[in-house]
Design a protein around this ligand. Sequence first.
Ligand SMILES: Cc1cc2nc3c(=O)[nH]c(=O)nc-3n(C[C@H](O)[C@H](O)[C@H](O)COP(=O)(O)O)c2cc1C
Length: 389
Amino acid sequence: VKSPRSTPAPALASLYRPLDIGGGRTLRNRVALLPMTRTRAEIDGTPTALMAEYYAQRAEAGLIVTESTAVSEVGRGFLTAPGMYTTEHALGWREVTDAVHARGGTIFLQLNHVGRVNNLQHLRRPVPPVAPSAMPIPATERNITVNIARVTPYARPRALDTDEVPLVAQQFGHATRLAVLAGFDGVQVHADSGYLIHQFLSTNVNRRTDRYGGTARNRARFALEVIDAVTGVNGPEYVAMKLTPGLTLSDIEEDDIDEKYGYLIDELNRRGEFAFLHMQIEKLAESALYKGIRANFRGPVLAEDSRPAAEYAQWVDSGTADLVGFGRDFISNPDLPERLAAGHPLAPIAAESVYTGDATGYTDYPRWSGPERPSSTRPCPAGPAAPPR
Ligand SMILES: Cc1cc2nc3c(=O)[nH]c(=O)nc-3n(C[C@H](O)[C@H](O)[C@H](O)COP(=O)(O)O)c2cc1C
């Protein structure tokens, strides 16, 4: 698929310049499909043929970052969210990467461990979730039990022992080895959104007194051990990291953002050239923290803040970002890069089918075929509410 077929308006032209991310990989445009949990895997976390179809439909994105994918059974937060810790998982993902590559796309696997944000209803023998400290998520937090219409309190997690923490980091390394075998172009470490790495980074839910708690550097130690485990597989150029400083999802607080994220970026730079850094910050374009990180980080930056395409194109033009991404618009517009280039209106997303387990609202959004045929026949509420990230 040539992307785009249409000549984009000058205001959007910067989004369609190729981008070199090292390792012989050139993204054909600057429009990424952002990582989005869609809960279409098997109950054991194995990716399905339907997932291969979904990602292949969106392969004209310059870059696909997959949905959050668990590095271990206990690290899986949602029923029918995928995993990458068994050979069956890797074989399932291989079908996804083959389908995307057949259409000339580039695909990174987002690796995650949810820590205490875990409902564990997928486990045959439920065990407590693990976390930096034995602090449950407050009962007032919404527990999204995907595919099951019930809301339960989160379980009290077990604090990881000091010598267990490097083993959890190694699970990210194991998943990366499987990602290489499954044909991924790279992996992205999900260090944000209130999940395990972010729990270690936080100042409120990490109460540890060992080498993983206390100072900003100690709280960043687990993140860097994960980075060392994943870069140990195929070098830093195979790896991206996603950071959301200040995002308070799942009751996360961070009182030391400047010091801690500054340190993390320095440590990444020290390790070499990464594929890219993915950043989401509220009011990103005006954020002093972001500007500092952008200036300091050695590699390309994927930035997002739910902005319209024309504003994202200005970001690329002005050097605010190298790459931008869309989430919800890419769900309902599988041909989004072409549709934006051609100036066609965007189809709305149907909120009620975002997390259901079948093709409806997943692979049945059509490509643009003219204004006479509505792009989506489903009713359109305001769009999905607070998503799992
Ligand atoms: C349905 C849904 C699922 C999401 N799941 C993830 C995820 O698995 N990993 C992640 O890093 N972000 C996740 N996000 C956040 C998106 O990557 C993105 O940041 C967000 O949708 C804002 O971009 P948009 O305004 O273009 O939709 C999710 C968002 C949505 C809507």
